[in-house]
Design a protein around this ligand. Structure first.
Ligand SMILES: NC(=O)c1ccc[n+]([C@@H]2O[C@H](COP(=O)([O-])OP(=O)(O)OC[C@H]3O[C@@H](n4cnc5c(N)ncnc54)[C@H](OP(=O)(O)O)[C@@H]3O)[C@@H](O)[C@H]2O)c1
Length: 285
């Protein structure tokens, strides 16, 4: 299949590129300088010229706290909302399938048994608002789409110079240098492995899965940052003391949902978070 991939050097994009290329697909891997998704005319002419069968949008603006600033909000809205709108319009006119990724931050976080694919969105942060706007543009576009929501992702850092390391490297690195770790015991999420998300995306596309909204998460119960750190240290032991603390100890501009565990109720279960984490930790030792 001929696949157009945006954000190909980001954390998820890099894994999508290697997974789809290894499966024998032709991937037009693009970054901002090749294809700026906020430029409507460029997006349309790129798709008309290259005629991809599938467009996978892994481009995004993810610096959640910065989006609270009005000037940055405009940039984030262009990338997270207008970008998917233009890609969906181009996909529709080319008859291509669009895969777009969203986030658990589209939810308010007050539903303690987890959010299903059909639950109503209610973002708390401006970042979440840009992602909801992007979701709506995709859903209303008339294009064939998979709208895949993700929670906190971990895996190898993307190949872009700006790619952030994931919580797994961050916390294992800090455990080697700090006398103790104070870790926020709030904000329940479903940390998931980018390699598994990429593999699941490939499975969706190649198994004729019905279009719609999906939650791509490793199987497990929702965990706070502290609980996730304990899962990591159970597999990669450290003697550094860990102390669970309130989020108010590290104030941040953007409000986060307290309980944003998203549930996969529509697809076969992905493997367990522990199995994914064990495999990933073995690669970074
Ligand atoms: N990270 C998480 O924990 C998390 C959690 C839930 C959902 N998600 C979702 O997962 C998806 C992938 O996130 P990620 O963490 O892999 O992102 P990432 O590492 O920040 O990568 C995003 C990529 O998008 C590119 N990009 C930004 N603006 C662009 C533009 N105008 N045109 C083309 N490319 C542009 C960036 O390039 P530059 O380097 O040039 O800016 C970067 O390579 C996003 O939809 C995100 O919302 C992520």
């Amino acid at each position: 299949m001929k696949i157009l991939l945006t954000g190909a050097h980001g954390n998820l994009g890099s894994q999508l590129l290697s997974t789809f290329a290894a499966a024998g697909h032709t991937v037009l891997a693009t970054e901002r300088e090749d294809l700026d998704i906020t430029d409507e005319a460029v997006v349309m002419s790129f798709v008309v010229e290259h005629k991809p069968e599938v467009i996978i949008n892994a481009a995004a603006y993810n610096l959640v706290d910065k989006v609270e600033d009005p000037a940055t909000y405009k940039i984030a809205y262009a990338i997270n909302a207008l970008g998917p709108k233009y890609l969906a319009a181009a996909a529709k006119s080319a008859g291509a399938l669009l895969v777009h990724y969203s986030t658990d931050y589209v939810f308010a976080g007050d539903k303690t048994d987890g959010y299903t694919e059909d639950d109503a969105t209610h973002p708390l942060s401006k970042y979440g608002a840009t992602k909801v706007a992007g979701e709506k543009f995709v859903i209303e576009s008339g294009a064939k789409y998979y709208l895949c929501r993700l929670s906190k992702i971990f895996g190898p850092a993307g190949t872009s110079g700006a790619a952030k390391q994931s919580f797994v490297e961050l916390i294992t690195g800090l455990a080697k240098t700090k006398p103790e770790l104070r870790i926020v015991n709030e904000e329940v999420g479903m940390p998931s492995y980018t390699c598994d998300i990429a593999a699941e995306t490939l499975r969706l596309i190649t198994t004729n899965t019905p279009v719609g909204i999906y939650h791509l998460v490793n199987t497990g119960k929702g965990v706070t940052w502290y609980q996730f750190a304990e899962e990591i240290f159970a597999l990669a032991p450290s003697s550094t003391p860990r102390i669970p603390v309130l989020g108010s100890e590290f104030p941040r501009p953007a409000p986060r949902p307290a309980f944003a565990a998203i549930r996969n109720t529509k697809l076969p279960a992905m493997r367990s978070r522990q199995a994914a984490l064990a495999e990933y930790l073995a690669t970074i030792k």
